[in-house]
Design a protein around this ligand. Structure first.
Ligand code: GCW
Length: 711
């Protein structure tokens, strides 16, 4: 590729203008102008009114201005069009042809079941030469528009049958662990691997609302409809967002509103005392109730569509109801009562455990903690409380079983929390595409195969569930996510939250086609294939070269990056592997261990109880076994450790080789950034392999069957 061509590619992949004069251009992620080519070359009529309809209109206008199409806003036109985006409640259209297409779409809707489209759903149907998108509410039109963008030319295929889309989960939320003031240890963004915060900087708003708007656009195109704007660990400055600094939150809400994104806030449970000057934050104290009610009313005066509060209470040093001898239901309910008349919800996190454990104490098991705290409270939470449960019982490890809490609270609205930010999965220096893993989690059936799934529980009966939440992975980095390929994790989260049944590989295809649009990519097929080869299995590759068989937490303490086999073994955090000369793993059986396996409904309780029936990939999570234990795969535990660690590094080396074949075919800035990170991934994976293999060789004294180098 010559310099001119490469400049051309770069131009196509970035948003057209720097958002602020003098600032470098920010990568357009999955919404480069090129992704709008097919839409932008057409004649489009937008029919309906309202803030979100204006957003649709703006998007279409921008695309048409660039690619030569035309756009009309109804109703006074008698025109021929290729695409109609219409609200069902809006008036008849003057153009007989367009009105006929609209009526045909109505008929198609009746034909495919006629279910209501709902607040966010839409129908896409063809009539003759016209594609029609119908929605009951403006948000549906917005999602319908992005669906057309995703489909590209296929949206205009005459043979395309009508399709009806509505989100399976009502709330699809990202939690930002962004601090307003820089935290002395955690920095601007806790567990952030993409630079600073897009919202906050050094104790103040970052002030780049154009960037926030662009973020809202990206999220809307993925399906996300809620965010919390500050860290769940709430320090003094962040506490003030609820009161004195509420205006800063309102500014963000104003910018995100046109993209159907509601803003939530992490609050400190101690607020009545630290902000309100009360002598207590006891949730059953009358003055405390009154304070929460009044404070919440003031929030809604400023932000009428405010989403609600997110709370980490009695967890890792955050204040909570325990101080007053109350429980989590008491704590959540006082906030819920304040929010209920205003339409808000409380997300109350179930991530509660003893973080001052004595490693000598074998009776305490961190994996049990969330269930022990929360399952007994089922039925006690108000209906606008959502108990937010991490998908696994410990802490976002590369491999964990699904948390038993998810099946234990049938009378409570539950949200499942995932981690898009790659705290334990390579920190956006490693390629680790998480879609496959999330797909497995969402399809897991806690009562046994064929039963309701994790996604069903998060969706709830008729959409009343708590939804899906994830910790965000973006920052003020030029590529949003540090590692450009980590953008795919963010996109995939949104799409799976919209429809958990989607095949993560097909979602990756969407992301590839949008981010590397065929019309702007040399050899798009090769690029697509190579990206799949690199990304599809990358989570499993990461698992292979890090902690084996579900044991978890063999990371460096503090920053959680790189191997630290015994890093947490003698600490207070409750994350141990118990490796000795004979074997490794945590006995969590009922018969001889901590009893954690018994927290599952009978089917899985039985499967996990014995090393014979426990799936290989979770063996060391549930059992302490000798190194010679034979897995279902036929390999011994020790040989499995060696084999997977050698294989994992080979796979990363192959990833890097594959990436090199794309040099010159894609945006050079993306190419370089990923290339740099792959070098680091090879280095780090090698370190993992050598430390893990050496550690277990030294412990066990068992040599590698294949005689490879172990140090
Ligand atoms: O995984 C741990 C992280 C903490 C985080 C905590 C949580 C925000 O290491 O940094 O704190 O989880 O989920 O609250």
């Amino acid at each position: 590729m010559n310099a001119e061509e490469s400049l051309h590619l770069e131009h196509l992949m970035f948003v057209e203008e720097p958002m602020e004069p003098g600032e470098p251009r920010v990568h357009a992620a999955w919404l480069p102008p090129e992704a709008f080519r097919s839409l932008g070359a057409r004649r489009v009529l937008v029919h309906g009114d309202g803030l979100l309809v204006d957003t649709v209109l703006n998007e279409v206008s921008r695309a048409c201005a660039r690619y030569g199409g035309r756009v009309w806003h109804s109703p006074s036109w008698d025109v021929d069009v290729d695409l109609v985006l219409a609200l069902r409640g809006a008036d008849e259209l003057p153009s007989p042809a367009v009105q006929a297409a609209r009526s045909a779409a109505e008929a198609a809707l009746t034909e495919i079941g006629g279910e209501p489209l709902g607040d966010e759903g839409f129908l896409l149907a063809r009539d003759g030469e016209v594609t029609v998108v119908l929605a009951d509410a403006p948000a549906g039109l917005l999602y319908g528009l992005f669906h057309v963008v995703r489909l590209c030319a296929a949206a205009f295929d005459p043979a395309r049958p009508p399709e009806h889309h509505r989100p399976a989960l009502r709330r699809r939320m990202l939690d930002h662990w962004d601090n307003v003031a820089v935290h002395p240890v955690m920095g601007q963004v806790e567990r952030g691997y993409a630079g600073g915060s897009i919202f906050w900087q050094d104790g103040r708003p970052r002030g780049d609302l154009a960037r926030v708007r662009e973020y809202g656009r990206l999220l809307a195109a993925s399906g996300v409809n809620a965010i919390s704007v500050n860290n769940v660990n709430v320090a003094r400055t962040e506490a003030l967002l609820l009161t004195d600094r509420l205006g800063d939150v309102a500014e963000i809400a104003d910018v995100l509103r046109p993209y159907n994104i509601r803003v939530h806030l992490s609050i400190t449970f101690a607020a009545p005392a630290v902000l309100g000057g009360l002598s207590t934050a006891d949730p059953l104290d009358e003055a405390v109730r009154v304070w929460w009610a009044a404070t919440t009313r003031r929030v809604y005066e400023r932000i009428p569509d405010f989403g609600g509060y997110l709370v980490k209470a009695d967890s890792e040093g955050q204040p909570g109801p325990f101080t007053y001898g109350r429980d989590h239901a008491d704590g959540a309910n006082v906030l819920a009562e304040a929010l209920a008349p205003l339409g808000g919800v409380v997300h109350w996190r179930a991530f509660v455990y003893n973080h001052h454990q004595d490693w000598r104490d074998r009776s305490t098991d961190r994996a049990r903690a969330a269930y022990d705290h929360f399952a007994p409270l089922d039925g006690r939470f108000r209906t606008n409380v959502v108990v937010q449960v991490k998908f696994g019982p410990v802490d976002f490890q590369t491999r964990e079983p699904v948390s038993p809490v998810i099946a234990a609270m049938p009378a409570t609205r539950l949200a499942v929390e995932l981690q898009v930010t790659q705290e334990y999965t390579g920190q956006q220096r490693h390629v680790c595409h998480l879609g496959l893993w999330w797909g497995e989690v969402l399809r897991f059936a806690p009562w046994g195969p064929g039963g309701r799934t994790v996604a069903d529980i998060a969706a709830g009966e008729s959409g009343a569930g708590g939804g899906l939440v994830a910790v965000a992975n973006v920052g003020d980095d030029l590529f949003w996510t540090g590692h450009p390929l980590a953008q795919a994790n963010l996109y995939t989260f949104g799409r799976l939250a919209w429809d958990p049944r989607l095949d993560p590989r097909a979602v990756l295809d969407e992301w590839i086609a949008l981010t590397f649009p065929p019309s702007a990519t040399a050899e798009p097929e090769l690029v697509g294939r190579t990206l799949h080869e690199i990304m599809d299995d990358s989570w499993r590759t990461y698992e292979r070269y890090t902690a084996p068989l579900g044991v978890g937490f063999m990371v460096n303490p503090g920053d959680h990056y790189g191997p630290g086999v015994d890093g947490y073994e003698y600490t207070r955090w409750g994350t141990y592997h118990f490796a000795d000369r004979d074997g490794v793993g945590v006995d969590r059986s009922r018969a001889s261990g901590t009893g954690f396996a018994g927290q599952y409904p009978p089917y899985w309780a039985q499967v996990y109880e014995s090393p014979q029936s426990c799936p290989d990939e979770l063996l060391l999570f549930f059992h302490h076994v000798p190194y010679g234990h034979v897995l279902h795969s036929g390999s011994t535990v020790i040989q499995h450790i060696y084999d997977t660690h050698f294989a994992g590094v080979e796979e990363v080396v192959a990833m890097r080789r594959r990436w090199q074949t794309l040099n010159g075919m894609i945006d050079p800035a993306v190419y370089e950034r990923v290339a740099e990170r792959l070098d680091e991934q090879v280095r780090c994976a090698t370190e993992w392999r050598d430390q893990i293999n050496t550690y277990f060789y030294r412990k066990s004294g068992v040599p590698d069957e294949r005689g490879r180098t172990i140090h």
